[in-house]
Design a protein around this ligand. Structure first.
Ligand SMILES: [Zn+2]
Length: 289
């Protein structure tokens, strides 16, 4: 918040500030995450598809429910911006804000990526993360954030008065357009706030502003997701590279990212079913007076 303080503190300011913080959502009542199931599923998999996302570009890929997809650092430290949709209905998509509210500002093994309202079901579960050792550093930063949005040409124009069209938003728009046979302008309305894969971010302690720092990711690191429903995914290799210096230019070193889609054995998946669409109809059943 920009400080434009005009009012003196009230005499009971300290008392008001001393109210205890309460966790907003009681996640103990979330459907349980059966890590033993996921561990078994990932212990014996066969790769069904492999692709590479070139630097400053994006690609889409489909992941059937029950498959696991892995995003891999392959040549150098690189951040990826990930979008997820229901493969048969683009109106159901990843809900970064609610995922953040339910889990944390940064996600790792055992956390889920939830879909937007009214669906609100797990689209994917993180089942392995080689950067889980990072935790929280002295700056308060963590890895794989759901607080950033995605770099985009409009904010860049607003702040720097410069045209740059290989931002993640643009890359994701073009990739979705190619996959769906629609124009980038039509596709960009489906682009949403991302999971910032491998990105190391936090909020400054003094002004609480969003900051980034060089990602700790190194070639060989990966994060794995179990698809809880049929997914269409899009991954952009951010023009910020490891996001340790700048954004939205063609000079920062950038690297490709690998994507591997794997199928667990039938035996590992026996008894498992894709997440159901939320059957609760919210406020639609309430009569308006
Ligand atoms: Zn970006």
């Amino acid at each position: 918040m920009t400080q434009h303080t005009e009012n003196a503190e009230p005499s009971d300011a300290a008392g008001r500030r001393a109210a205890p913080p309460i966790i907003c959502y009681e996640v103990d009542t979330l459907p349980s995450v059966d890590m033993a199931f996921y561990k078994k599923a990932r212990s014996d998999m066969s790769m069904t598809e492999e692709l590479t996302v070139p630097p400053r570009d994006a690609r889409t890929f489909a992941v059937p429910a029950g498959h696991i997809f892995r995003i891999v650092s392959i040549e150098g430290p690189q951040v990826g911006d990930l979008n997820l949709w229901n493969a048969s209905d683009l109106s159901e998509r990843f809900f970064s804000g609610k995922t953040r509210a339910l889990h944390a500002t940064h996600v790792t093994t055992g956390d889920r990526l939830w879909s937007n309202l009214p669906n609100l079901r797990p689209m994917a579960t993180i089942v392995h993360d080689t950067l889980d050792w990072y935790g929280w550093d002295d700056d308060g930063a963590g890895v794989h954030d759901v607080i950033g949005t995605r770099c985009d040409p409009y904010t860049n124009m607003l702040l720097r008065n410069a045209a740059y069209d290989n931002c993640c938003h643009s890359n994701l728009s073009r990739a979705l357009a190619a996959a769906k046979g629609i124009s980038p302008a039509q596709a960009e309305t489906h682009i949403h706030d991302v999971l910032n894969v491998f990105m190391c971010t936090g909020f400054t302690k003094d002004t609480h502003q969003y900051f980034m720092k060089a990602s700790p990711v190194r070639p060989g690191d990966f994060i794995e997701f179990f698809a809880e429903i049929d997914l269409l995914c899009a991954l952009s290799t951010c023009p910020g590279g490891d996001c340790g210096s700048s954004h939205s230019d063609d000079t920062t070193p950038c690297f490709p990212l690998g994507v591997e889609i794997c199928r667990p054995t039938d035996e590992a998946l026996s008894g498992w079913h894709p997440a159901e669409r939320n059957s609760y109809d919210g406020n639609h059943g309430v009569a308006v007076a």
